[in-house]
Write a protein that binds this ligand. Structure first.
Ligand SMILES: *Cc1c(COP(=O)(O)O)cnc(C)c1O
Length: 466
């Protein structure tokens, strides 16, 4: 068997080694500072896509993952890990599609253990990495930054993986108390929560710096689980295929995706490149609308982060946007140039070709705090559904970017209980808060508060690892 049978992964910046699946899933940043992506998009044939209508979520996941994986793992093992990953989800359809009105749907992604869509990938990745570590008799130190939801999903995803430590950085005081408690109430020595005195972009920058230090990365067996990790994106492709298979006239779907780091919506773009037919992807942002402005003007310029009621998308630098830019032009020297510009001057401009390409697939909009409130109130009074603030951003932006012929499918990225203070104040009702979340309140928390400084974080890692 030759390697060419399997998809290779290349860096957006063109100067890193090509990798196969088994290695790429452990990578954060490529050694040239870029992000890995497959050298081409595998197509799923239309007959198979049509047959998804009668397949379970888990079966669809297998068909979606298979072309990305090499022979380092058997088909049976992949199926077994998929089954295990989703067995504790509290909805048997895993990501059910909820019809709200004639052309408005929610794709509900919050039935995993930590109440946000991040569980869908992290449950799978924890087990997949666990499998490889066991056969190779290795251990790993998982390092990640979270804007609120990735951290808890990672902690739960690796909970039962022996020989792993998990280090999670979150922005101190800038995530909801329930988001924090999902992470800090885990009483386990292999979980280290670090609250960084800075914002999410600072946490992400620290992680990128640590991962770009190749010696440090190797000598500490570091592994990444941020949304720049390829396996996370891959897992998220499944629910686009799943939801389209459950909705009639799916070619008219506009997916509206509350967007922060651009991972979730990138998975939607990839589903389209793999052969799924739908109309558009709408980038839904809150007042941190850098991507909305970039799409409309071509100018991508960092401003300071504003704190909103949807903290998981209070982000200026959307890491995965780099993958889309690369895919739109396949020019790694251009990517390198604009990313250097971003780092040095906080800004870059998209070429006309790149902008035109992106607008074939994407629309964008942004929602104000008032719009978020209105949507939450409307859903509560009209449909008896309690939305989380991120989903409300998705609906508000989706309505502005779809017409009456379209089917608006908003990705419902979190359970409202995770943002219970914000939501209960808006609707004056807290009956949506689950017993599980009420229990978290009573538990003891463990975390380290650290300065916004790479060396301090490295010291914390060194103390645990040694
Ligand atoms: C992570 C997250 C998002 C943003 O997803 P990206 O892949 O970072 O764009 C949106 N909503 C919630 C609730 C999240 O946790």
């Amino acid at each position: 068997m030759t390697e060419d049978k399997f998809i290779k992964y290349i860096s957006t910046r063109g100067d890193a080694d090509e990798l196969l699946f088994k290695d790429v899933i452990f990578e954060g940043l490529a050694s040239d500072g870029g992000l890995y992506l497959p050298e081409y998009w595998p197509k799923i044939n239309q007959t198979i896509i049509d047959s998804f209508a009668s397949m379970s979520y888990q079966e669809i996941a297998f068909h979606v993952f298979k072309p990305y994986i090499d022979d380092s793992i058997s088909d049976d093992k992949i199926r077994e890990i998929i089954e295990e990953s989703y067995k504790d989800f509290t909805n048997k359809n895993i990501t059910p599609v909820n019809k709200i009105s004639k052309n408005e749907y929610l794709l509900e992604l919050f039935y995993g253990p930590t109440y946000a869509f991040k569980d869908i990938a992290m449950q799978f990745i924890g087990r997949l990495m666990g499998y490889y570590l066991e056969i190779d008799k290795k251990n790993i130190n998982i390092l990640g930054a979270t804007s609120g939801d990735t951290g808890s999903a990672a902690i739960y995803g690796f909970e039962n993986i022996p020989s792993s430590n998990v280090f999670i950085l979150h922005p101190y005081n800038l995530i909801s108390s329930t988001q924090r408690k999902f992470m800090t109430t885990i009483n386990s020595d292999n979980v280290v929560n670090i609250a960084v005195k800075g914002n999410f972009d600072d946490c992400q920058r620290i992680i990128k710096e640590i991962f770009s230090d190749d010696d440090y990365k190797k000598s500490n067996n570091l592994g990444a689980i941020n949304s720049i990790n390829w396996a996370r994106i891959m897992c998220q492709i499944t629910y686009y295929f799943y939801s389209a298979s459950r909705i009639e006239n799916s070619e008219n779907i506009v997916y509206s995706v509350p967007t922060g780091n651009f991972g979730d919506i990138l998975a939607g773009y990839i589903s389209k490149r793999m052969g799924l037919k739908f109309k558009k992807l709408n980038i839904a942002t809150n007042e941190n609308n850098i991507l909305d402005i970039a799409l409309k003007s071509g100018e991508h310029t960092i401003k300071s982060v504003v704190s909103t009621s949807s903290p998981s998308i209070d982000i200026q630098v959307s890491s995965n946007f780099e993958r889309l830019i690369y895919d739109s032009c396949k020019d790694s020297s251009y990517v390198k140039k604009i990313m250097n510009n971003l780092k040095k001057e906080g800004t870059f401009s998209l070429t006309n070709e790149c902008q035109t390409y992106i607008s074939r697939y994407f629309t964008s909009d942004s929602a104000s705090e008032d719009e978020v409130k209105e949507i939450i109130l409307e859903y509560y009074s009209k449909y008896n559904i309690t939305l989380d603030p991120h989903t409300a951003v998705g609906v508000a932006c989706g309505r502005k970017q779809s017409s009456s012929e379209d089917i608006l499918v908003t990705l419902s990225t979190a359970h409202p209980a995770k943002f219970k203070e914000t939501v209960s104040e808006i609707i004056s009702d807290d009956s949506f808060v689950t017993e599980k979340v009420r229990m978290l309140e009573k538990q003891e928390e463990r975390m380290i508060i650290a300065d916004n400084d790479v060396n301090e974080i490295k010291n914390i890692i060194n103390e645990t690892v040694s």
